[in-house]
Write a protein that binds this ligand. Structure first.
Ligand code: BDR
Ligand code: CA
Length: 313
């Protein structure tokens, strides 16, 4: 039976692949998609989510816009990585579907309440919406199977030396989620940096010979150019679909239980995830932390999903 999931995202090139993976694998039931400000402003991430779901043929999946800023402070978007649209590279259609007439938090609440099984929340942007849901509707928590988020790192960051973008954008939200008591899985940069969209990956998208394949190739080509310019990486890491892969096939991602604390102060380290892998702090474990990835199996999963969407009527 397909596992019910809700994806909260800020598309975003790698968020787009996360949505395609979820839409293209029938082992998941994508109940809804909610959007948050992060890689770009909320209006842009929402428009991008609609565009990608339309490409996936997932037009029945309800989409709702959520928070337009972090819980504390101002939003700083990642235009240097994702471009002015948040999804620069391909020419994408203007979305035809419209957002649900409710806030993301209300849509999520309703979807969880209406689900016959407990729901897995997959978050691939700043955790603002998830934190607000847990704070404003704690009654949903027994019906949340777990939260799997892309964010943080056991090592260094990408937005500040120790802060990864999703956590550094809204550290207070991440802190709320990590302290919620729910089962939480953290997919950090320490594993996502292993999943690189190499030239072979881009060639495989192109070889699909379809519009979706070309769009994926163009997305990854743009993403490669910004990662090369900003970080000097030869190939860009596709972070977000690994959070979906961890739900689809948990054996692809090796995890260890560990205490994860979020640095909320810090002169230079606000937004860092402090992961106590060696249990030196005396804190209790509050997360399953990804420490290993079967890279080849991950790409197979993603390519198969995109391939299935290509064949869909
Ligand atoms: C995360 O930040 C965003 O730029 C990506 O979409 C991903 O969710 C990586 O740090
Ligand atoms: Ca993202």
């Amino acid at each position: 039976m397909a596992e019910p999931v809700i994806i909260d995202c800020d598309p975003g090139h790698d968020d787009a692949l996360a949505l395609l993976l979820a839409a293209g694998d029938s082992r998941l039931r994508l109940l809804g998609v909610t959007t948050v400000a992060g890689n770009q402003t909320l209006d842009k991430t929402t428009r991008n989510a609609l565009r990608i779901l339309a490409l996936a043929g997932a037009v029945d999946v309800p989409v709702a816009a959520g928070s337009d800023r972090p819980l504390v402070g101002e939003l700083t978007v990642a235009e240097d990585i994702h471009g002015s649209s948040g999804l620069d590279g391909p020419e994408l259609d203007v979305p035809v579907a419209e957002v649900a007439g409710v806030h993301a938090i209300e849509l999520t609440r309703r979807l969880i309440a209406g689900s016959d099984r407990s729901v897995t929340l997959i978050a691939t942007g700043p955790l603002t919406n998830v934190a607000l849901l847990l704070r404003s509707h704690p009654e949903v928590m027994p019906r949340v199977r777990r939260v799997v988020f892309m964010g943080g790192s056991t090592e260094r960051g990408n937005t500040t030396p120790y802060g990864e973008f999703n956590i550094a954008t809204d550290p207070e939200a991440a802190d709320i989620v990590l302290r919620s008591g729910l089962p939480v899985t953290m997919i950090g940069l320490n594993v996502t940096h292993q999943a690189l969209a190499t030239d072979e990956v881009i060639a495989e998208f192109l070889a699909m010979g379809t519009r979706l394949g070309v769009i994926c190739a163009e997305l990854m080509t743009f993403f490669a150019s910004t990662y090369r310019r900003v970080f000097g990486f030869a190939h860009p890491p596709v972070h977000d679909p690994i959070a979906v892969a961890a739900v689809l096939e948990p054996s692809l991602v090796r995890t260890v239980e560990a205490p994860v604390l979020v640095e909320l102060g810090g002169a230079y380290t606000r937004g860092a995830t402090v992961v106590d892998l060696h249990r030196r702090t005396g804190h209790s474990p509050n997360a399953d932390v990804a420490v290993g990835l079967d890279v080849q199996a991950f790409w197979r999963l993603l390519m198969d999903a995109v391939g299935r969407l290509n064949r869909a009527p």
